[in-house]
Design a protein around this ligand. Sequence first.
Ligand code: NAD
Length: 260
Amino acid sequence: ANKSEIVLITGSTSGIGLAVARHMAEAGHTIMLHGLLEPAEGEKMASALAAEFDVRCGFSNADISTAEGARQLVSDTRESVGNPSVLVNNAGIQFTASLHEFPAERWDAVMAVNLSAPFHLMAECIPAMRDANWGRIINISSVHGLVASAQKAAYCAAKHGLVGLTKVAALENADAGITVNAICPGWVDTPLIEPQIKALAERENIAIDDAKARLIGAKQPMPVATNPAAIGAMIGFLTSEAAKTISGASLPVDGAWTAQ
Ligand code: NAD
């Protein structure tokens, strides 16, 4: 039987993070759910996941936009399910505006959640992984960690930064059985992309479905959004024995977007 890991997934009450949590729970791992929900709501989600897959599952709603919040999340995890052996830095936010009109507080917020939080969480989790001589860290970057799009100054800067941070962490921990990789998705079907679809529909006065197709097709050669469950399956593979020498990589799941 496979070893059961303790998997901390940031931003796992929605979208990609929730799909990753479900995939890893189905594989029998212990799960730490995390996201900005009321405690009662989050605890309910955790109990439901635990019951559905017969695994242990905790919940924290620590706001990881500060270093203290990130540290709080790791201490909540240790208290409720134990020391994480797998860390998935998934929580992320988006804001779109031209660089010269980008509100400074939005820049700060995107950098805090999308880049600084993974830094603080890795710093907090790596020592115990090194002691165990085993660990898996997966950072959810984006195609915007590899190429840019207009209107996404903070997001592209943070996601490119996360790719660099991934490489440093992979190098520093290559001696200790720890792999660190980034996944770089194109469009994924989650609530994060809904405001962009809605804005396009309003701007062009077209139906939501048409706006979605147009948004995806603008840059991504394969005209369909990735199912979040596919990212879960990929993380299942990256945490498996077969993937133990995949480290420092930035893996696109982008319908050929970055092949151009
Ligand atoms: P989502 O909006 O569905 O989920 C985001 C999660 O992050 C939620 O659980 C939310 O509670 C949590 N979160 C946000 N800010 C937080 C904070 N300050 N503290 C604690 N938790 C916070 O988004 P998603 O689409 O599932 O995105 C997940 C990751 O995937 C993000 O890093 C995103 O940039 C990346 N990504 C998404 C797409 C896409 O098309 N959806 C594409 C490429 C990359």
